[in-house]
Write a protein that binds this ligand. Structure first.
Ligand code: GLU
Length: 375
């Protein structure tokens, strides 16, 4: 029984994959209705529920004459299909939730919306207000307008970022498979379902393999990445089969379904998590061995004297990658100085900053509080 693991959960993000609520002909309204029954039951039990739902492309592609998988179609065609399908998808949720007296709200996000701290906090406020009013937010990527640089890419990733955004205690990924297996169950009849994962190690990552489902964009690999992000933030993550009716509710009833990833014992603070996973790095700093060691091993801030070289054009407040002399990234942080200023002060002593620039934003180029070591 998993009841104890879920005991502290108040707010839950539920990711619904395209493979769960659509087939090659479009949306499966019955599945959406069954899922919304469960959402209603969860609301009645006092949980706050945020849905992250895919299937805009799946819901619209038939109108463009696309019969098979949309996965390999050019981006503009997928975007056109999403433009047709997104309103259909929302309509389906709106109708299904309204049967239970619940209001649905559409929230479309791009990665850019969350990468900027002000917009991130603004999106958060909107979602919190919706929850306060008992509304069920239904989030999707704003597929029709995104370009590659600002895409989440897959909704597994988006659901993990949303978990951080709303500070949910649990992420449930509804998939068209039962969970994580120790080998691919489609090729190996002996494959065993892993019921609990304490830490996502390289061995666990290897189990996810490279397989992908036909309808969604993500396979198990993107789900594991999402689980890693969410658990590092302190949220447990469950991957369960969403094709089995009422599995969502069974999970909350305490049944041992799918794979449950335990939250990290030492979770990252929300701001650090945002730096590590959401903020997009704009540049690269190459550090000498001394600075690399001070930052990576001794918990120090980064000073200008330890920087050998920099790459990219960035502003004060942007995220930058911190790399060793081989160019290998070992941390990410928010810079106090823009690239033009940095060019003038790298390699210099902190005492010289004021003298060279005529002003200073502090001794540190990246303060420890704004820095996250990559693992
Ligand atoms: N946002 C896409 C859609 O709604 C799906 C992305 C995904 O499957 O991860 O169709």
């Amino acid at each position: 029984m998993r009841t104890i693991l879920l005991a502290h959960v108040k707010r839950v993000v539920i990711k619904i994959g395209s493979g769960v609520i659509s087939d090659h002909s479009g949306l499966d309204l019955d599945r959406i209705a069954t899922l919304c029954e469960d959402v209603h039951a969860l609301r009645q039990r006092g949980y706050e529920v945020i849905l992250v739902s895919s299937a805009a492309v799946a819901a619209g592609k038939a109108d463009l004459g696309i019969k098979g998988s949309a996965r390999n179609l050019p981006l503009p065609i997928k975007q056109a299909a999403a433009a047709i399908g997104q309103s259909r998808l929302m309509r389906a949720y709106k109708d299904a939730l309204r049967k239970h007296g619940l209001t649905a709200a559409q929230v479309l996000l791009t990665r850019d919306d969350l990468a900027n701290r002000r917009r991130y906090l603004n999106a958060r406020n909107t979602l919190m207000t919706l929850l306060e009013y008992g509304v069920v937010p239904v989030i999707n990527e704003n597929d029709t307008v995104v370009i590659d640089e600002i895409r989440f890419g897959d909704n597994d990733n988006l659901s993990a970022m949303t978990t951080n955004l709303v500070e949910a205690q649990l992420l449930v990924i509804l998939s068209d498979v039962d969970g994580l297996y120790d080998s691919d169950p489609r090729h190996n009849t002996e494959a065993r379902l892993i019921s609990e994962v304490e830490r996502i190690t390289p061995e666990i990552e290897a189990m996810a393999g490279l397989e992908e489902t036909l309808l969604g964009t993500g396979g198990m690999t993107t789900k594991l990445k999402a689980a890693k992000r969410a658990t590092l933030f302190g949220a447990g993550t469950a991957i369960i089969n969403g094709l089995t009716p009422h599995n969502l509710l069974y999970l909350f009833d305490g049944h041992e379904l799918g794979t449950y990833f335990l939250p990290a014992r030492d979770p990252m603070a929300a701001r650090k998590h945002w730096i590590a996973f959401t903020k997009k790095p704009k540049g690269k700093l190459i550090l000498d061995d001394g600075a690399h060691n001070a930052v990576a091993e001794r918990g120090k801030s980064l000073l200008p004297s330890g920087i050998r070289q920099l790459d990219g054009t960035f502003e004060r407040g942007d995220a930058v990658r911190l790399c060793d002399l081989n160019g290998k990234e070992f941390a990410k942080g928010v810079t106090n100085y823009n690239s033009a200023e940095l060019i003038r002060i790298i390699g210099k002593n902190t005492r010289e900053i004021l003298q060279i620039l005529g002003y200073q934003y502090g001794d540190e180029v990246v303060h420890r509080d704004n820095l996250v070591i990559s693992n």
